[in-house]
Design a binder for this molecule. Sequence first.
Ligand code: ZN
Length: 80
Amino acid sequence: MRRFHQTPDWSPGYINVCPQHVQIMAECTACGVMREFDRKTLPDSLRHALIEEIEMRLKCACGAKVAKLRFGHFLDGEEE
Ligand SMILES: [Zn+2]
């Protein structure tokens, strides 16, 4: 079971300057669902977009468009 550790109060600003080792999760602030965000699925027009621009385009399965991108890394199977 992987747990996601969010880096507090940090955003790269633009998606293209987000380091490759940083994991991104998309969180729906309406229903609370978090899912892994794969930046490789972004269309070319958003490859250099502001994080806020991408968030505005994310739509959750619940129908809401109030997603936030969370940046951090996964803690792999190490339960303390
Ligand atoms: Zn949702």
